[in-house]
Write a protein that binds this ligand. Structure first.
Ligand code: AMP
Ligand code: GLY
Length: 428
């Protein structure tokens, strides 16, 4: 079977790595992939939004299945395009309409409200409704949560304490702070709790629940500083116990999939539920129509059944016949980033490895230059250790990082340590 993975980051490296473990005979192609995927797959240079290139690759390489990693091609309609251009190719990723669950926060909130899925109280406003939006803010309690409706590369959410500041930021968003993504703004109630992510693979009728994970979004230790794409992840999450996950399944996941079916959204792919645990009850912060990065790096390493078999069943609409097996090991992923990220940073530094790092290294932002692997992005590497428990995985991942080197390297030192404190584990 020939598989094409679309994307270039750590998420796509981890998905391709897991597919490569399949017992089904396969060839993997990545568009564009990265120097990490090049060690076991064939990289095809190009852009993830160049749909004609994707189609030409499907035809010339005899691709049977396309797995779409990032949200942008999904929101732009790659799945519908391929269904028409190369009928018969299996595609993992929702239709353009299904991808609206991530592409428009207003669409997602309306979907949740209509299908009775717990989420923060909200209202949506356009630029012409600034006065009404301010009046709505007047009736809310701080902190105030403002969300640009469209895709804003993870930067479109503003949380502020002060009412006047909220009103002035609202004006900035309507004036184009996030471009067209801010033509509409969702204002919602602040949810106080602990965040985590749940993931499913769905064929639009049934689903497989993947291992849950926790992401670390802020740049600094102790969750301080600017928001990033994610600086690390851990799986499992101790507070996502059986009782909580049962609520997630019955109140969130199953109503979402029933809603997708009722609304006739064509959806075969992953759903990432950004959840807030508020006093033991799950609320949906957001949907993403893809896996998370760097959650995927931890999640994939804990799946012990054959992902490729599950993906084929997903595309064929037979997921009800599949069982996903999860290992009882723990995974911790730490992002090694370029100093300065998420603001300006330097690239092209050679990456060095001293001996066997004793962990998995997924490439996020790297390039091959003159036969050497160099830094080529804000997030450079995702280093993942899998061990018997979180404490051991955390030790192993930081030991591994000690053996990887590039100039100006930055990483958080506290990934997963909050879960150890919650579990009452004392660290050395
Ligand atoms: P999003 O881009 O929707 O994932 O939001 C970015 C981050 O903002 C989330 O990961 C949460 O940490 C935070 N956030 C979003 N909505 C809320 C909310 N209603 N209450 C509290 N925090 C929120
Ligand atoms: N790590 C968060 C995301 O992928 O959106």
């Amino acid at each position: 079977m020939n598989i094409l993975v679309i994307g270039s980051g750590g998420r796509e490296h981890a998905i391709a790595w897991k597919i490569d473990k399949s017992r089904i005979e396969h060839n993997i192609f990545c568009l564009p992939g990265n120097p990490g995927t090049a060690t076991f797959a064939t990289n095809i240079p190009g852009k993830v939004t160049d749909f004609n290139l994707v189609k030409d690759t499907v035809v010339s390489k005899g691709i049977d299945m396309v797995v779409v990693g990032p949200e942008v091609p999904l929101v732009e309609g790659i799945t519908d395009f391929l269904a028409e251009a190369v009928p018969g190719v299996k595609v993992i990723g929702p239709s353009k309409q299904g991808a609206m669950l991530e592409g428009s926060k207003d669409f997602a909130k309306d979907f949740m409200t209509r299908h009775g899925i717990p989420t923060a109280r909200y209202a949506t406003f356009t630029g012409g409704e600034y006065a009404a939006a301010c009046a709505f803010l007047d009736g809310m309690q701080p902190p105030y949560v403002l969300k640009a409706d469209g895709l804003a590369a993870g930067k479109g959410v503003l949380i502020v304490e002060d009412l006047q500041e909220a009103k002035s930021l609202l004006k900035d968003v309507f004036d184009g702070k996030f471009g067209a993504a801010g033509d509409k703004v969702v204002i919602e109630q602040f949810l106080d709790g602990i965040e985590m992510s749940a993931f499913v693979l769905t064929d639009g009728k049934d689903y497989l629940l993947l291992p849950e994970a926790k992401d670390y979004k802020r740049i600094g230790d102790g969750d301080t500083g600017l928001n990033t794409g994610g600086m690390g992840s851990v799986s499992p999450v101790c507070f996502a116990d059986e009782a909580f996950m049962e609520k997630v399944r019955t109140r969130v996941i199953e109503p979402t999939i029933a809603g997708i079916a009722a609304d006739k959204l064509d959806y075969k792919g992953f759903i990432f539920f950004g959840l807030m645990n508020c006093g033991g009850d799950p609320y949906v912060i957001e949907y993403n129509v893809r896996m998370g990065d760097p959650e995927t790096e931890s999640v994939m390493t804990r799946i012990s059944s054959d992902l490729l078999e599950h993906l084929i069943a997903c595309a064929d609409g037979t997921l009800s016949e599949e069982d996903l097996e999860i290992s009882d090991k723990a995974a911790v992923t730490v992002i090694m980033a370029s100093g300065g990220y998420p603001e300006a940073y330097q690239s092209h530094y050679p990456i060095g490895l001293m001996g066997d790092p004793g962990a998995l290294i997924f490439h996020c932002g790297t390039a091959s230059e003159g036969g050497k692997v160099v830094t080529a992005g804000g997030r450079v590497l995702a280093v993942t250790a899998v061990a018997s428990d979180i404490q051991q995985a955390r030790e192993d991942v930081y030991d591994a990082i000690g053996n990887i080197y590039f100039d100006d390297c930055y990483y958080r030192n506290d990934i997963a340590s909050d879960l150890l404190s919650l579990a009452g584990v004392e660290e050395d």
